[in-house]
Write a protein that binds this ligand. Structure first.
Ligand code: PRX
Length: 655
């Protein structure tokens, strides 16, 4: 079926950075004809180098690659110092607190705050280049200062999303061997204080690598202080100097780690390095969001996810933009909150997740019309496929049918956007990420042949040449880097980067992402490994076996569906509903402790067994189909016990 196509707004296109498809094709041609020339020129133009680089791309140790070798820079200098001559009084960050409190931080303020923070880490905690610092923070400006302070002194930050539990935080601290944790007492949500510091306390147990904990006092609630370990940021920062020399970093010195879920085992520490990452963060801000000097840009993500790293902090600041930071909940006090903020702050670009759009639509269909949203120029989505209903409402009611929607496809490992419309150039279609950005050789390949997939055929979303903001390593695990990303697809005999996503081309060559091909699920745009949730559920003493799959969910995109085999409840006696509910409660309690609320199960079914092949492999495809209520069309004859499929189907129907 041919889809509606929406042309870019011609008025907008006149001043856009990339104004037409002709310009787009000229750029992609330049990149294919002279890949290194393309990237080398942009790197020279965009980055304020302390020392120029010698080579653009070194692939001699592929898939371990190096960009801009020999170059020296500092990412905090790129994001702050270089703007001081021209933008010192411009707002760098506009913060709106949960309770409506607003704070404007100019580039000069940011410079001072980051330098003081960097001096604190160096002088009081002895943090040096290469040390790992875990940041477990709410959405307050100090989270951005902390990131940039680490970058300034060459420490590697690893942010853990504030919704993760103490166990999840502990695992990440230990894997990164972090010697410092930066946190807050807590913050505010729906005007009420909530706490983070107790989670940190529980995560630091005997043998922990953590030596010092820095606590930003945000909500001033009572917390416990461990003498010699815990320090108040508000106290220590008072007499720090506002100047801290930026550490001279190599292009390939690590900038940060960010743990993300894979299909197997524990979360992996995705490592991004300095020059390539910041270059692409900055360029995509300019191309995809088309942010102009006087614009105010708002990305609603949390700094705990890659979107917050690249598109709240590093990208906007690297280009000298004004970035909004919001502590609160977008549906509080009502679903008009974001639109009130757009009106109040005259937001020009608004970037959010499909889950948020669906919730805002459902809870406040008519809210956008109550506000003046005329400042909006570009709307963005990220994190999961967006359904046509949500897309249309976003386009028509929020964007007044005049703003481009940039459906940006990317992932933690890509550092920045990979496939996305350009708002002044690309004709768009609902739910379609459209075309690879210039310089990104993203292709949908047939995994069996490595050939480009036919129109309409689902293939594997791959990137066939290294790109500057590419993941450089899985922290401490070279093998896992290769196995996770370079083991599934070969093109012309050479291993290429596989994203883990399925995708297909349409008749215009546009790419639509069809979702993960592995055991990763996407709950409200949060990436979750089914293996992690299964590991948590298995900690319940009465669980014998479990298989977790994703199930389409009206608001969350995907919900978590668990098939659980209990040890001591024979199925024929399983009519005691109260018992069953109690066990479910206990299981969700364990998930909350092990991972956090974001991984709670939407559905649990107790089953007598799981569908397994004779070699013991769980047939997840069947379980996915049952969860969706689909008819089983797969061949079940290879199962150890084919009758189990019907039994599970009946149990699910009875629920
Ligand atoms: O499955 C894809 C989905 O989100 C995954 C990446 O998750 P994460 O690393 O947490 O980063 C999220 C923010 C970039 C991808 O592998 N995804 C991301 N963007 C889109 C998407 N799926 C469809 N359309 C998108 N625009």
């Amino acid at each position: 079926m041919l889809q509606d196509i929406y042309q870019p707004n011609p008025e907008f296109a006149k001043t856009a950075t990339i104004k037409s498809m002709d310009e787009y094709y000229a750029l992609t041609k330049k990149a294919t004809d002279d890949y290194e020339g393309f990237w080398g020129d942009y790197a020279k133009e965009k980055i304020d180098w302390f020392k120029p680089f010698d080579t653009v791309l070194d692939e001699s140790n592929a898939p371990f690659v190096a960009w801009f070798k020999g170059g020296k820079l500092n990412v905090s200098h790129q994001c702050i110092d270089r703007h001081l001559d021209t933008r010192k009084n411009k707002a760098a960050i506009i913060f709106e607190g949960d309770r409506g409190d607003v704070q404007t931080i100019t580039y000069l303020d940011l410079y001072k705050n980051v330098n003081k923070f960097a001096n604190l880490l160096k002088e009081d905690f002895g943090v040096k280049k290469g040390d790992r610092v875990v940041i477990y923070m709410p959405m307050i400006p100090e989270a951005a200062y902390a990131m940039l302070a680490c970058a300034r002194i060459g420490a590697i930050h690893s942010i853990v999303f504030g919704g993760f539990s103490s166990e999840a935080l502990k695992d990440r601290i230990e894997d990164a061997e972090a010697k410092v944790v930066i946190t807050a007492d807590g913050a505010f949500r729906k005007t009420k204080p909530y706490m983070l510091k107790p989670v940190v306390d529980a995560a630091i147990t005997e043998g922990s690598p953590v030596e010092k904990v820095l606590v930003v006092e945000r909500n001033n609630e009572e917390v416990t202080w461990l003498a010699g370990r815990d320090y108040s940021y508000n106290e220590l920062i008072k007499n720090k100097s506002t100047h801290c020399e930026a550490e001279v970093m190599d292009s390939e010195d690590p900038l940060f780690l960010l743990y993300t879920s894979g299909s197997t085992g524990k979360p992996k520490g995705v490592q991004h390095n300095s020059a390539g990452y910041i270059l692409w963060a900055q360029m995509t801000m300019e191309w995809v969001f088309d942010v102009k000097e006087n614009d105010t840009y708002w990305c609603t993500a949390d700094v705990g996810w890659i979107t917050g790293h690249t598109y709240i902090v590093y990208g906007p600041l690297a280009m000298g933009a004004t970035t909004m930071m919001f502590e609160g909940v977008i549906t509080y006090p009502d679903a008009g909150r974001p639109w009130a903020m757009v009106e109040n702050h005259r937001i020009n670009q608004f970037y959010t997740a499909p889950t948020a759009i669906r919730v805002l639509h459902k809870m406040g269909e008519d809210e956008p019309a109550k506000y003046d949203l005329s400042s909006l120029k570009v709307l963005g989505t990220v994190g999961e496929p967006i359904d046509p209903t949500a897309w249309k409402w976003y386009y028509e009611e929020v964007g007044n049918s005049k703003c481009a929607i940039v459906d940006t496809y990317w992932q933690t490992e890509t550092g920045g956007h990979i496939v996305s419309p350009l708002p002044g150039a690309t004709p768009i279609k609902a739910g379609c990420a459209t075309l690879p950005l210039p310089g990104i050789i993203a292709e949908v390949l047939d995994p069996a042949t490595g050939e480009i997939a036919e129109v309409g055929e689902t293939g594997y979303m791959c990137i066939t040449r290294p790109w500057p903001s590419q993941i450089r390593a899985v922290w401490g695990d070279e093998d896992r880097y290769i196995k996770s990303y370079f083991a599934d697809v070969k093109k012309d005999g050479k291993a290429v980067y596989f994203t883990g996503d399925g995708a297909k081309y349409d008749e215009d060559g546009y790419i639509t992402i069809t979702g993960r091909t592995d055991d990763v699920i996407n709950v409200s745009g949060h990436r979750m490994g089914t293996a992690e949730v299964e590991a948590a559920i298995k900690k319940h003493s009465n669980v014998a076996a479990v298989a977790v799959v994703g199930k389409p969910h009206e608001l969350k995109g995907e919900g978590i569906f668990a098939y659980i085999v209990l040890k001591s409840v024979p199925m024929e006696h399983k009519d005691d509903i109260a018992d069953e509910l109690e066990t479910m409660k206990e299981i969700n309690k364990i998930i909350k402790i092990e991972i956090g609320n974001i991984a709670l199960c939407d559905d649990m079914v107790f089953v007598p067994d799981l569908p397994k092949t004779r070699s013991g492999k769980i047939m997840r495809r069947i379980l996915r189909a049952i969860a969706k209520g689909e008819k089983i069309t797969q061949d079940t004859s290879t199962l150890e016990d084919p009758s189990i499929v019907g039994i599970i189907e009946d149990l699910c129907k009875a629920k």
